[in-house]
Design a protein around this ligand. Structure first.
Ligand SMILES: *Cc1c(COP(=O)(O)O)cnc(C)c1O
Length: 347
């Protein structure tokens, strides 16, 4: 049953133009030491940090569909936007490089940090290394209209720009995560594993929306939980639901999106987007030291903080297998070197 629905979803997704950019399928691995430390359900990690493109991450799956759409529309230039340490910007710059396109990145200063590493290292270093043109905007700028005015300027000089929204989060990008829902389901069936819950960091909402649409198409009973990194719960869930409905519509599969299937816990944001929290630091260190895995301070680290805290609070009681979707982002660590107060370290 599950496998035939996976097949159907593959057929649906094959109708959309797609360029292979990622190392797929990504591995699904047990986290036995972490499971033991926490004493809760058996924990697994879906390694979307290993998608391959420029140190990996979740944006690669979205870019497979977005870049194919750009190519089909005759674009020679990509414009996108994100926060200073945007992983999406870095993966987009890499994808554009691979396809021989120009890439213009607008970075919004959401944190106000003047730290040299934050401004120049980590993802910003990689954006430039991939040949992206990086320009900055003040926090709170209307980034969509900034991108539109840049597109107009580029059209005036004869370029054909294609604008990718922040996080690659529109129905085309979200197809990448409908595909991930299929991939994970196939892996679990093949391994004889019953996945009870899937947890991940949710931001611009394309990842969760694609998963919601994909899981609906698969009639899956996997309990999906997003851990918010920016917006309050009500706003985050509304964004995810809206995009999930539009993604399902694009897929034309006629699936009803159940509002109840959209769950975000936004208690782990702390003082704001991109600002470290003690729980994130603890979670990131714990994973580095029990599983040898790297996460990031902005997204996956806060997502893990949510996972760990909710395990301790009993949210997953009665469930056997919980998968954390590792959305990547460890390149951002190098933008936050002072956050981790590594005792005993001397130069
Ligand atoms: C973008 C990003 C997310 C959030 O994904 P959205 O689709 O924007 O909700 C999570 N983790 C990492 C590392 C990211 O870069």
């Amino acid at each position: 049953m599950a496998l035939s629905l996976c097949k159907e979803l593959s057929v649906t997704l094959a109708k959309f133009p797609r360029i292979s950019l990622g190392h797929l399928p990504t591995p699904l691995e047990p986290m036995d030491r972490l499971s033991e430390v926490l004493g809760g359900p058996r924990l697994w990690v879906k390694r979307d940090d290993c998608t391959g493109l420029s140190s990996g991450g979740n944006k690669t799956r979205k870019l497979e569909f977005l870049m194919a759409d750009a190519v089909q529309k005759g674009a020679d230039t990509i414009i996108t936007q994100g926060a200073t340490q945007s992983n999406h910007a870095r993966q987009t710059a890499a994808a554009a490089a691979k396809l021989g396109m120009e890439c213009h990145i607008l970075l919004e200063d959401r944190t106000g940090s003047n730290d040299r590493n934050y401004i120049l290292n980590g993802n910003v270093l990689l954006d430039r290394l991939h040949g992206g043109t990086v320009s900055k905007r003040v926090g709170g700028a209307d980034m969509n209209s900034e991108m539109e005015s840049l597109a107009a300027q580029l059209r005036d000089i004869g370029r054909s720009p294609y604008v990718i929204p922040g996080g690659g989060s529109n129905p085309i990008g979200a197809l990448g995560y409908a595909n991930c829902a299929r991939e994970l389901t196939e892996q679990a069936v093949t391994a004889g594993l019953k996945v009870d819950a899937l947890v991940h960091a949710t931001g611009s909402s394309g990842t969760q929306a694609g998963l919601v649409a994909g899981l609906a198409a698969l009639r899956s009973d996997i309990h999906l939980l997003g851990i918010g990194v920016r917006a309050p719960k009500e706003k985050q869930e509304a964004m995810v639901y809206d995009l999930a409905v539009r993604t399902a519509k694009l897929m034309g599969a006629g699936d009803q999106i159940d509002r109840e299937a959209v769950r975000a816990n936004c208690e782990y944001v702390g003082a704001g987007y991109g600002l470290p929290t003690p729980g994130m630091i603890e979670a990131l260190k714990l994973l580095a030291r029990t599983e040898g895995l790297l996460f990031d301070p902005v997204y996956s680290g806060k997502g893990l903080d949510g996972l760990i805290d909710q395990i301790r609070k009993g949210y997953f009681d009665g469930m056997e297998n919980v998968v954390f979707l590792h959305t990547g982002g460890s390149a951002a660590l190098f933008g936050y070197p002072d956050t981790f107060d590594l005792a005993g370290y001397t130069t």
